[in-house]
Write a protein that binds this ligand. Structure first.
Ligand SMILES: O=C(NCC(=O)N1CCC[C@H]1C(=O)O)OCc1ccccc1
Length: 724
């Protein structure tokens, strides 16, 4: 087939930056302005080009139908108790957004409490977070529009569902934490942008700086909120304020990036002679005590008994451990639960008086235990399959805990764990079933493959049972590799459809940079060692070919955000190894990412081009700076780039769309010139969604439409055939 005709795009050769003496051109700098007519025109032309390619992807209809059908099953999150009521999130199947229900008891008649579907015609208003007051009289909730990170907090009375006038704006990266007098809650926000209300929040790119903590009194105007914390000397800092489970302390966690490290300040509420109102009169900040005032480790409060505080930490423990301190003797720390030999202490939930539910990550699978909170001693092992545990709910005053379980072939099970008995009994509280899904048709394997430097990389392989390893199967290899995030088994409707109807092999490579083996694993895939992520992913791809699962022309790589960077870097480094590449909302300009919205927080994994040594790391793999005509890469056997779809959305203010637009323009330009030497017939296209963001809060129909687009593109490019 003929090479695609790409839109002619202006290159401004006059934009040359000087990085520590190295001149770097940035001809598509003008694409960084989302509001310019020229950028809008660029986007429009790319949307039209992509539509013309998708029209030829004839599996789109069938994929959309199968994904819709399989997705149309009831889904629940584990319930949690607050006051004398229970709350849970539920979706009947195809609702745009999940709905929050309230019950008077676990088997009481559920009532709709918060239904975001009533807040917009197209389902683009989503519930970002919510928090019920201690007495369950109020629920405060944060709404996001079009998937932006900006949220507006509202308050509703639980009893009669009356929405209070309270409206809190310019909230971002915020929790909601109520004081136990139920008068109000702490939240975090940024100063209102100087251009005021008229921006289309989520489409702007300016940096988020000067985070602040406020306290809001229910029934008052936001202008009356109490400023509790800010730090103008450190504009990058992010703050989170929480009230302890006993209601006695306000804790303030301070981070300056995405590393698992934080400062930990606290304030004994009884030390506030006139309560929080007192702060307003004196125009003071919260009178905190600084327990931890460095960023050399993470301190996550698990429980306190008055001034005895128990923390989950990675201090001298890259696989995490539990420590305890008496606030009255802040230099004396004792170990409650030592760092494990191999497993990562992933989460701890204090429940049932002085017990705790402890979850470990063991070779990327969850292990669940009940331990004694005071001694750390093991009490019981809870039997869970290979998969992921989520949403552990339960408190110290509860003897019942709930948690969710999911895996590649398990849509979802909610377990109820009664801890009152000597032997805790785990029973199925709810099981999600998916009509038309027969798990016996599939199998899941976990393999460990050597990377370039010999490091063993775990990889999950999901396929139909007993496929012949004859290299004939379309294969989708997914990866992330950063920010201490572990990609553990989860039920994915779209991947099940691909495995069932295209005979695809779906693989997740747990490459370095993630949290799968703790902080060492994270660090060995970041900063100067970021190339390890790409080497690991390339090794995983080579294994899938050499083991006979697939062949390069049938291999598709996929990743989102930091995983989009992974895909962008890998097609530059090994264009010969893949037949297709799908990069969602990728970080593609590694020299400028820190200038936009919250990008400055990612220097903890990437470094920053403002520093010479770090510039040298970044320029070597930055996707937009390393696009080469394959002939330049391998004159002997020039291999064109894989068919590539870059995806982004206009309200993505986590990873701003300019990254994707600049890479799209660069690829289309470089790969469509000197075709005689480096033929490029594989299409390079962009899918640019409107009224959508980084991914969170996307309504069901938009998720299905995007999956149908990208996987029908993949099916076409891998020349896959449909299996009824
Ligand atoms: O930026 C992130 N998270 C990292 C993130 O979203 N990243 C990191 C790289 C690109 C993108 C992604 O992979 O989703 O979240 C905002 C935040 C909140 C509180 C403290 C620090 C930061």
């Amino acid at each position: 087939d003929l090479p695609l005709q790409y839109p002619g795009v202006r290159r401004d050769e006059s934009v040359i930056d000087d990085y520590h003496g190295v001149k770097i051109a940035d001809p598509y700098r003008w694409l960084e302005d989302p509001d310019s007519e020229e950028t809008k025109d660029f986007v429009q032309k790319q949307v039209e080009l992509t539509q013309s390619v998708l029209k030829e992807c004839d599996m789109r209809g069938k994929l959309s139908e199968k994904i819709t059908k399989l997705f149309d099953h009831p889904r629940y999150d584990p319930p949690y108790r607050q006051g004398n009521k229970y709350f849970y999130s539920h979706n009947t199947g195809l609702q745009a957004q999940n709905v929050i229900y309230v019950q008077d008891s676990l088997d009481g008649e559920p009532e709709v409490l918060l239904d975001p579907n009533t807040l917009s015609e197209d389902g683009t208003v989503s519930l970002n977070t919510h928090s019920v007051s201690e007495d369950a009289k109020y629920v405060a909730y944060a709404l996001s529009t079009s998937g932006s990170d900006w949220v507006t907090i509202k308050v509703m009375r639980v009893e009669d569902k009356k929405i209070e006038p309270d409206t809190l704006s310019w909230v971002k990266f915020s929790g909601i934490s109520w004081t136990h007098d139920n008068k109000g809650f702490f939240y975090s926000r940024y100063p209102a942008p100087k251009e005021g209300e008229d921006i289309d929040a989520g489409t702007e790119t300016n940096a988020n700086l000067y985070h602040e903590v406020y306290y809001h009194f229910v029934g008052t105007d936001q202008s009356k909120d109490i400023l509790c914390w800010k730090d103008p000397e450190n504009p990058k800092y992010l703050f989170g304020a929480d009230v302890t489970e006993d209601g006695k302390y306000i804790i303030l966690s301070i981070t300056e990036g995405c590393d698992p490290v934080n400062k930990f300040y606290y304030c004994d509420m009884s030390a506030l002679p006139h309560g929080l109102e007192g702060l307003r009169e004196k125009n003071d900040l919260l009178p905190v005590l600084k327990l931890i005032d460095t960023f050399d480790a993470m301190y996550h409060l698990i429980a306190n008994d008055d001034n005895l505080f128990t923390f989950l930490t990675n201090k001298d423990a890259p696989k995490y451990k539990l420590v305890r301190v008496d606030l009255k003797e802040p230099t004396v720390w004792t170990d409650v639960l030592q760092e494990a030999e191999k497993d990562v202490l992933e989460s701890v939930r204090a429940v049932n008086g002085s017990q705790m539910i402890v979850s470990y990550l063991s070779d990327v699978k969850y292990v669940l235990q009940i331990r004694d909170l005071n001694s750390g001693n093991l009490l019981h092992q809870l039997p869970v399959d290979i998969g992921s545990v989520s949403g552990i709910s339960g408190r110290r005053e509860d003897s019942t805990a709930f948690f969710g379980f999911t895996s590649f072939l398990t849509p979802g099970i909610i377990y109820q764990c009664n801890l009152a008995n000597e032997i805790p009994d785990m029973k199925v509280f709810r099981e999600i079933t998916v009509p038309g899904f027969d798990r016996s048709e599939f199998q899941v394997d976990q393999v460990f493959i050597p990377s370039k430097d010999g490091t063993e990389i775990p990889m999950f392989v999901v396929a139909r049972k007993n496929i012949p390893l004859d290299g004939s199967h379309p294969c989708l290899l997914y990866g992330y590799g950063g920010f201490n995030i572990s990609i553990t088994p989860y039920f994915s409707v779209s991947r099940i459809v691909l495995t069932r109807h295209l005979g695809a092999v779906f693989c997740i490579a747990n490459i370095r940079g993630g949290g799968e083996y703790g902080e060492e694993w994270h660090k060995s895939g970041s900063l100067a060692k970021k190339q390890n992520c790409f080497d690991d992913f390339i090794s995983a791809a080579e294994y899938l070919v050499s083991a006979g699962y697939t062949q390069p022309s049938k291999l598709c790589i996929e990743g989102g955000s930091n995983g989009g960077l992974l895909v962008g870097a890998c097609i530059n480094q090994r264009p010969d190894l893949f037949g297709c590449a799908l990069a969602h909302v990728g970080v593609m300009d590694m020299l400028r990412f820190h200038k936009f919205t919250i990008g400055h927080a990612w220097t903890s994994d990437y470094g920053c081009s403002d520093k010479e040594e770090e510039f040298q790391w970044l320029i070597k793999y930055s996707p937009i700076h390393n696009v080469r005509r394959p002939w330049e890469l391998h004159a002997s056997q020039p291999h064109q780039y894989p068919s590539t779809m870059l995806l982004t959305a206009d309200h993505d203010d986590r990873v701003v769309p300019l990254h994707t637009l600049k890479l799209l323009a660069t690829l289309q330009y470089v790969l469509s010139t000197s075709l005689e030497k480096s033929p490029q017939t594989n299409p390079i296209i962009g899918r640019i969604e409107c009224k959508a963001g980084h991914g969170g809060g996307r309504p069901t129909q938009k998720m299905i439409d995007e999956a149908a687009d990208r996987y029908s593109f993949m099916a076409k490019m891998l020349d896959a055939s449909w299996i009824e």
